[in-house]
Design a protein. Structure first.
Length: 176
């Protein structure tokens, strides 16, 4: 009679997922989805680099459809990235946590705007953006202090612009 049924770990996780979300969970779900790019920022090793690599592929694919499409996508993405990053920062009470990777997409797309995505340009743009995003030159570093998600995205915008200027020069000279 009083048999206890043992649930497999998969069944326990499924029951947790089916549990109704609290108001707080509902409030935080969309910003988390945006900030982490659907969970891409939760990869355990180098989430920013992984997100940048995926952004390179996305840029290439959008460019194949229409050369202006990456620019329109970027214009659409920037305010959403600022909103999602700001809300996620506030919900975690941490400044620019590493799982926020939507900003990597913004910066990486900026680095490529107007550049035809040849293999050498894609590699050079990826490397340039990652270098400037990681080293954060002194004027760029100060942008991180801006409030409400703006700082999270602004330093990547600046890194993207610096990378773009160099990549554009390479492209103009025929190097890439």
């Amino acid at each position: 009679m009083g048999e206890r049924v043992r649930l497999l770990p998969v069944e326990r996780n499924r029951r947790k997922l089916l549990k109704p979300m609290s108001r707080q969970d509902e409030y935080e779900a969309l910003p988390r989805l945006v900030a982490t790019l659907g969970g891409l920022g939760l990869v355990p090793l180098a989430p920013g680099t992984v997100a940048s690599l995926v952004a390179v592929v996305a840029y290439f694919l959008l460019y194949q459809i229409n050369s202006y499409l990456p620019l329109w996508f970027l214009i659409f993405l920037i305010p959403i990235a600022i909103w999602g990053s700001g809300k996620y920062e506030a919900s975690t009470n941490r400044q620019d946590p590493q799982e926020i990777v939507v900003d990597e997409w913004v910066g990486q797309f900026i680095c490529f705007i107007g550049i035809e995505p040849s293999p050498s340009a894609l590699v050079a743009g990826f490397v340039l953006f990652r270098i400037f995003d990681i080293i954060k030159l002194p004027p760029v570093q100060g942008l991180e202090e801006l409030p409400n998600g703006v700082g999270v995205v602004a330093d990547d915008v600046a890194a993207g612009i610096i990378g773009w200027a160099i990549l554009f020069g390479f492209s103009y000279l025929g190097v890439v």
